[in-house]
Design a protein around this ligand. Structure first.
Ligand code: FMN
Length: 183
């Protein structure tokens, strides 16, 4: 069992990242191999909306842009389970998370028959480190991407700096359960 966490904050040891790492710690304690990807450190552009609005991704399942998008897709396909943690900006998911998720959704959803994501479990985390406002709204947005991607939603966690302490504990437990294949 390999669990991959993707965290989308610029801060490698901030709130978002530590929540993702808690889930990985739980998964590791149950024997999983783990990997953490810092999305902001990758070169992943936003969707260029090529063609007539329906790009080649609709027919080929591949993006025409030459950046690190496909590298991350390949890393994801090798994982058995995922953790996706986003910082909350303006009551929504962050720009880098959106850039990746927009392109990923376009490439995956028309190709259900050959999708490697089908039923792959995912824990979604939204970290609202300011007032705490927008955590649930960002999480709803994240869930919507997961549905189009046909991932299997294992857990959705709205986190703030006020509930961080028990969210970290909960995520360790969720990571353990994820790696044991339970729900
Ligand atoms: C542009 C921007 C917008 C933000 N908007 C919100 C917000 O709507 N609600 C909130 O609680 N925090 C907001 N914050 C704080 C972030 O959610 C906080 O930085 C986030 O938890 C990421 O922290 P981390 O980088 O330590 O992971 C914002 C931060 C930035 C930089």
């Amino acid at each position: 069992m390999k669990v991959l966490a993707i965290q989308a904050s610029a801060n490698k040891d901030g709130l978002t990242s530590s929540l993702a790492q808690a889930a990985l710690e739980g998964a590791k304690s149950a024997g999983a191999k783990i990997e953490l990807v810092h999305l902001n450190g990758m070169e992943i552009n936003s969707c260029k909306v090529c063609g007539d609005g329906w790009g080649k991704c609709r027919t080929d399942g591949l993006c025409i842009q030459d950046d690190q998008f496909q590298i991350l897709r390949d890393t994801i396909s090798e994982a058995d389970a995922l953790v996706f943690a986003v910082p909350v900006y303006f009551h929504d998911i962050s720009e880098t998370a959106k850039s990746f998720l927009d392109r990923w959704r376009r490439c995956e959803w028309p190709h259900e028959d050959k999708s490697v994501l089908k039923a792959k479990p995912v824990i979604g985390i939204a970290a609202a480190g300011g007032s705490g406002g927008g955590a649930v709204k960002a999480l709803q947005s994240l869930e919507n991407y997961f549905i189009w991607l046909r991932l299997s939603v294992f857990d959705l966690v709205p986190a703030t700096r006020f509930n961080k302490e028990w969210r970290l504990e909960g995520l360790k437990a969720a990571g353990r359960a994820l790696s044991e294949g339970g729900r």
